[in-house]
Design a protein around this ligand. Sequence first.
Ligand SMILES: [Zn+2]
Length: 123
Amino acid sequence: MTPDFLRALLAAERHGIKVAPCMDCGEHCLDRLDPLVLVEGSSPPRCLYHVELAEGRPGTQGHHVGGRPSPLVLPVNVNSHKRLTTIQELAWRLGVEPGTPAAVLVDVLAMNAVLALGTEVEQ
Ligand SMILES: [Zn+2]
């Protein structure tokens, strides 16, 4: 997702314009459309997970807990992986070094929150 696409989605939402959710699952986040997981240019609109499935991929990716070079890699669906890596990138920008105990702690807390949203798609 490009920053321009994300800005356009957020601006549309601020102005009360409905943005179409994923046609397969209506992917959303706490009653709000989650633009992080919508695939720019997909027609009909689809989330990362359903684009992966439509293209014959499994829809899961290995998530490095705490970031690379963490040896702990857990399979998560690609929508959750996008959310988790975005949170990792924010933490790193704030000075949390990837692969450190602090990064693992931030990631475990993020995983708890992201997975508690209940948006994991059943496979
Ligand atoms: Zn979907």
